[in-house]
Design a binder for this molecule. Sequence first.
Ligand code: PHE
Length: 482
Amino acid sequence: MLKLMQSESSKNWSLEEILSACDWKDQAIAVGAGLGLSNVGLVNIEETVETVIRLSSQGTSAMGDGLLESRLWSWICDNEGADMASLQQSFERHEAGPGVGLLKRIGVQLSGGKFVAQEPSQVEKVISERSNFLSNLPNLVENLNSEMLEHFRGRKGFIENQDTTTRTWNITQLGLSVESELLIEKEMVAEITPELLQSDNWKDAEFRSFDVTLESATPRTGRSHPMQALIERIRNIFLEMGFSELVEDYVQTAGWNMDALFIPQDHPAREMQDTFYLDNPAKMELPDEVMDLWSGIHKHGGDTGSVGWGGDFSKDTSQKGLLRTHTTVNTIQYLAENPSKPCRMFTVDRVFRKEAIDRTHLPEFHQIEGIIMEEGANLQMLVATLKTFYHKMGYPEVRVRPAYFPYTEPSLEIEVKWRGKWLELGGAGIFRPEVTEPLGITSPVLAWGMGLERLAMLVLGLDDIRQLYISDLEWLRNQPII
Ligand code: PHE
């Protein structure tokens, strides 16, 4: 192609000219060759885009059967004195209504129940202009009457745009300076096929190189939602650290969600504004032995040496059904069932709280919960475990601060440094004897519960948590792979 173009240095070559002069059949070859030359500055490409208006489905059928307004008008002319009722008998409902509307706009009225036009010739003129317009398609947009174009653009499915790009190529100074003896024709393999590999031809073949630095369209394929991808990554980290996953129900009793965790029955967080209590099941039966144990602990500390919270304990309150407010409800039940087997468990799952939705709050969110129960487990091990987790997530700066939870002692808050600021990501601690002793647990239990969405905000650099749950395809496509 370059050799050809060198022969006429100031010519603008059209596609047809290049195809015939190079003896190519496929226009993609010419376009590809031209692009290759232009990428290295040997030719210039000039592109012009032309817009052609063509018929689409409705337009095509109107060309066959006639425009709706034209068919209705002929019928009215053939049936003098016709009224709406008889028109509705001759035309389907989906045609009669819109058709009458179209006619009204070009001067046909219903007067005294009959269709009449002040100026029948005017009606006919408009109708024939419209038909002519359609029969002139396809056509370049600049050749068409703009009023008619506007009209048919407003009617669904009549016409559509088709853009065609026309290119011409001309040689640059650099292209002219290439010595023509250096321009030799070589056959190169651009695609590796099974046939090529089966034969021996590949041994001597020359392969075309690709310039991987050129811009190209980003392939759009299906992928995991960033939230799902993040959950997967967290799962892998805990599995790698020797933990097992626990998956349990959302629907739980207040007893396991709160009483078992020594959260006093008059604690403000138990009130309606924080917890979603259920109408169905409003009550879930719990064994009396379990509730009696909690009751003893809450009222006077049971056999733990604690003095408890004092006051009353209501079994009805314990048996209320709710949507779990934290995943600790599941780890505590796991411990109740396995009180003496050392374990490392984690869950990444959904919890519910009556929160007003804003930039940093959602009523449904996820917690990353975990426990370690084993002889000799201590605070240092807890901190080290959390630090290891965040380190593996890519956040090496982690600190803990004293905090309070009714079910742990000591209790701490975990903070991670992000963009120079400390952000609180969750709570942790060692379960109190009021929690573990009634269940028959004798080894220390380290526990934590951290926000997943908070972490997602860091990983994805979000300043609004809601972004995670609106299906914004453009945003989703542009998310990094995590
Ligand atoms: N359950 C606490 C919360 O929801 C977090 C936590 C879990 C704290 C385990 C201490 C121990 O915030």
